[in-house]
Design a binder for this molecule. Structure first.
Ligand code: A3P
Length: 317
């Protein structure tokens, strides 16, 4: 039997280099279209590598969401839940690292550093990949997925601010109107935005024990409830003693926008992945901020797309 040699990162790079690309958002570089989603080329290389190499452990817990859906918060919450017997609020790595750097990121860390989850180590790994592009071993194994999504208008406004802050060099940042058109057409970081949500939503209906589907707005409204829910789902339930000691509330408060955004590491540090300032991940953390940016027409147009794409599947915001 002939042995097929495993794909290297260089080969992944070659694949990505043949894809059509455009620097539409003028943020991180070029967006490529691959397997029906848009992705920045340097992340796509790692994603293809992971698709070919990642061997999920049944104990793995995948933390995911489309960018600007609350990934930073979700990472802080899940990390705090899973490591609570190891660390407290005075020793947690979240005091000295951006939440994004506390959990390995599949598209970067797995391919570049060879990081993989192993039984007994931190079981968390994060990704922005759409459900249908996840490494097959994740779908086939018993590992779990915690997914967070967010109301599209707020997510778009958040993404626009983020892209403006990232724009490097001499280029002018894109106007709100220009990026709005792109977003509606599905041309955005890991977009089409609605397809990303729908992929995980459908999977969560089929496999509720595997995928916990969360909405940013729900978690904002009753964070303690969802912290308890996440803990149970991930297999790290709070004991009655912990509940009595106020452990859930501790985590909620520590991971709040107010607390995290005021940490020194967030105010002044930068992220190890790509050297961007940590504070860029913390803007307002509010529901409904789109009202300050979108015209009525824009809001109606996004709402219409959301309804068209999602309501047939029983999903609304
Ligand atoms: P805004 O730009 O609307 O303020 P992601 O983490 O997926 O990149 O999403 C970023 C969004 O989550 C930003 O939204 C950011 O302010 C918000 N966010 C970051 N940390 C948060 C927290 N601890 N609680 C609530 N929202 C948070």
């Amino acid at each position: 039997e002939e042995e097929v040699s495993p794909i290297t990162l260089e080969t992944c790079r070659d694949i990505v280099s043949t894809l059509p690309r455009e620097n539409n958002w003028r943020a991180f570089g070029d967006l490529c279209f691959y397997q029906d989603f848009f992705c920045y080329s340097y992340l796509l290389e790692g994603a293809i590598f992971a698709q070919n190499h990642y061997q999920a452990q049944p104990s793995d817990i995948l933390i995911c969401g489309v960018p600007k859906s609350g990934n930073t918060w979700l990472k802080a919450l899940t990390f705090s839940i899973v490591t609570r017997t190891q660390f407290d609020n005075t020793t947690t790595p979240l005091l000295t690292k951006n939440p994004h750097n506390c959990i390995p990121f599949m598209e970067i860390d797995f391919s570049r550093k060879g990081i993989k989850t192993t039984p007994g180590s931190l079981p968390l790994i994060s990704t922005h990949l759409p459900y249908t592009s996840l490494p097959i071993s994740i779908i086939d194994s018993a590992c779990k997925i915690v997914y967070m999504c967010r109301e599209p208008k707020d997510s778009f406004v958040s993404l626009w601010h983020y892209a403006r802050k990232l724009k490097g060099g001499l280029q002018e940042p894109m106007s709100l109107g220009e990026t709005f058109e792109l977003f509606c057409k599905g041309v955005s970081d890991y977009g089409p935005y609605w397809d990303h949500i729908l992929g995980y939503w459908k999977a969560s209906l089929e496999k509720p024990e595997k995928i916990l589907f969360l909405k940013y707005e729900d978690v904002i409204k009753d964070t303690p409830f969802y912290v308890e829910r996440m803990a149970e789902f991930m297999g790290y339930p709070f004991s009655p003693e912990e509940e009595k000691e106020g452990k859930i509330q501790d985590i909620v408060e520590f991971c709040s926008f107010e607390n995290l955004s005021n940490l020194e590491v967030i105010k002044t540090g930068s992220s190890a992945h790509i050297g961007i300032e940590n504070k860029i991940f913390f803007r307002k953390g509010k529901v409904g901020d789109w009202k300050n940016y979108l015209t009525t027409e824009m809001a109606e147009r996004l709402d219409k797309i959301t309804k068209q794409k999602l309501s047939g599947y029983g999903l609304s915001f």
